[in-house]
Write a protein that binds this ligand. Structure first.
Ligand SMILES: CC(=O)SCCNC(=O)CCNC(=O)[C@H](O)C(C)(C)COP(=O)(O)OP(=O)(O)OC[C@H]1O[C@@H](n2cnc3c(N)ncnc32)[C@H](O)[C@@H]1OP(=O)(O)O
Ligand SMILES: O=CC(=O)O
Ligand SMILES: [Mg+2]
Length: 494
């Protein structure tokens, strides 16, 4: 199968011609880091009476969504997983090696036509085992990443437009062009996606509104613009998702140099029950249901291990807790990272939904979230500890090594790690250093302290990418100027 056909590239070129310049302007706006709050200029949107387009049949029941990269074997495993939706990930869980980008599109093409098969190097045969299969929802790269292997109009391609454009061009005629949109920071970025969708549908003669998009609310500025984001995309929107890991990263990034009140403690001590995280998820459910959109839960990072029952039992317990809270809060479904977690998520949402496909009718008039609650990071409690620092370095280096090797998602110490979780590890260290945080053992976090841990971690690991991962980690955790995304310098090395 050829995905880089002349016609497909011409289509992606047209998307660039119409929209790439605006993408550059919007990225530049991000740099301003304006004071956060609900926007006065969009009050009418928040107070207006409107709803998003009705969900198509294939997206009405999303009680369990499995996420994962578009690698061939995992594509088949995801389709066979019994989930209602597969989030086919070209983003947090994917290293955008050109091979992954192109082969991922081939796998998606064959997945859409239910023809995909695979034989592993060990000779194991993978086949689709008979439907119904999950609805495929593709997550293109965020606006920030370029795709240097293609050029349009004398400029590097925009990763998001390449991922979306190739997928849409090859698969839209099958009737289910559905997407997850990551890492947006404003309703203007949502407007740009809406414009891209409008152009794409026009170019291929596909009816306006055929595309459906679920937007990840995973940056702190976007938390103040949930209504506006849905409004911009209302002809194409089917929901919002609470992307907790990037959300935490964004909180750290936005307030990285704002002083002690904004410093987050160890990553693992900030849970979804921290009051500022509850404010965010409660507001998300309320907003979605008010507008007829789906509220989708996020990723509990605990991963089962088929060779270790104790690890599996712990993962199932943690995931049960997480999904139970989400289902009771009104979420319409949620994410799992592994096929063995599909049954538990389904069971919990079955218990709350009963015969209904979703609970979009559940309104939350009891919820009223203020800007102060969203920004009350002190409410997280918890401490910055020596163990937390060591874990952040260890996980960060291991993950970056995996990413450089082409695996954008990895199980590390029984947790799912991806670009979002690794961003927390390195940005947390940057924040601790720049706010002179003192750990529980009395050590102040300085570049020297971190370098000492980094040398120890690097020395204890083996593998072709460890040295580069150590260098990169140092760059993204210790540089004077904060690096916006670790994947930007990492991309230079692949
Ligand atoms: C913050 C966010 O954005 S979350 C969303 C992005 N992150 C992700 O999507 C991560 C998704 N999960 C994964 O990639 C994987 O589960 C990992 C890397 C965490 C662990 O993978 P592994 O180490 O292969 O796990 P494990 O060995 O237990 O896998 C058992 C089987 O399940 C398959 N499997 C595991 N996870 C998945 C998945 N998410 N999708 C499809 N198949 C999967 C494996 O391919 C393997 O198949 P096999 O028996 O045919 O060889
Ligand atoms: O993409 C999801 C997240 O939690 O980040
Ligand atoms: Mg994310």
């Amino acid at each position: 199968m050829q995905v880089l056909t002349e016609e497909a590239l011409e289509f992606v070129a047209k998307l660039h011609e119409a929209h790439a310049a605006r993408r550059d302007e919007l990225l530049a706006l991000r740099k301003e880091r304006r004071p956060l709050g609900f926007l006065p200029e969009t009050r009418e949107v928040r107070e207006g009476d409107w709803r998003v387009a009705e969900a198509p049949e294939a997206l009405r029941d999303r009680r369990v969504e499995i996420t994962g990269p578009t690698e061939r074997k995992m594509t088949i495993n995801a389709l066979n997983s019994g989930a209602k939706v597969w989030l086919a990930d070209l983003e947090d869980a994917n290293t955008p090696h050109w091979d992954n980008v192109v082969q991922g599109q081939v796998n998606l093409y064959e997945a859409a036509r239910e023809t995909i098969e695979h034989t592993s190097p060990e000779g194991k045969e993978y086949k689709l085992k008979g439907g119904p299969y999950p609805t495929v929802v593709v997550r293109p790269r965020g606006w920030h990443l370029d795709e240097r292997n293609l050029e349009f109009g004398g400029r590097k391609a925009v990763g998001a437009l390449v991922d979306f454009g190739l997928h849409f061009f090859h698969n839209a005629s099958l009737g289910k062009p559905y997407y997850y949109l990551p890492k947006m920071e404003s309703y203007l970025e949502a407007r740009l996606w809406n414009d891209v969708f409008t152009t794409a549908q026009k170019l291929l003669g596909i009816p306006h509104g055929t595309i459906r998009a679920t937007v990840l609310i995973e940056t702190i500025p976007a938390a103040f613009q949930m209504e506006e984001i849905l409004y911009e995309l209302r002809d194409h929107a089917s929901g919002l998702n609470a992307g907790r890991w990037d959300y935490l990263f964004s909180v750290i990034k936005y307030f990285r140099d704002a002083g002690a009140d904004y410093v987050l403690p160890d990553r693992n001590s900030v849970t979804m029950t921290a009051p500022f995280m509850r404010a965010y998820t409660e507001l998300l459910v309320k907003t979605c249901h008010k507008r007829g959109a789906f509220a989708m839960g996020g990723m509990a990072a605990f991963i089962p291990n088929r060779r270790d029952p104790e690890v599996t039992e712990n993962a199932l317990r943690k995931v049960r807790e997480d999904k139970t809270r989400e289902a009771n809060d009104g979420f319409d479904g949620s994410w799992v990272a592994h096929p063995d977690l599909v049954p538990i998520c389904r069971e919990i949402f079955d218990g709350v939904l009963g015969d209904r496909p979703n609970q979009v009718d559940k309104q939350r008039p009891d919820v009223s979230v203020t800007a102060a609650q969203l920004l009350d990071f002190k409410s997280a409690g918890g401490a910055a500890t020596r163990a937390g620092l060591e874990a952040a370095v260890d996980v960060g280096v291991r993950y970056i090594a995996s990413w450089l090797g082409g695996n954008g998602a990895a199980a590390i110490h029984n947790l799912m790690e991806d670009a979002a979780t690794a961003e927390i590890s390195r940005s947390q260290i940057w924040q601790w250093i720049n706010n002179e945080v003192v750990l529980d053992d009395g050590t102040q976090v300085t570049p020297e302290v971190v370098r000492e841990v980094l040398a120890r971690v690097g020395g204890s690991l083996e593998g072709p990418h460890v040295a580069a991962a150590v260098e990169l980690f140092e760059q993204v955790a210790l540089s004077e100027e904060f690096v916006d995304f670790l994947t930007l310098p990492a991309y230079e090395r692949i």
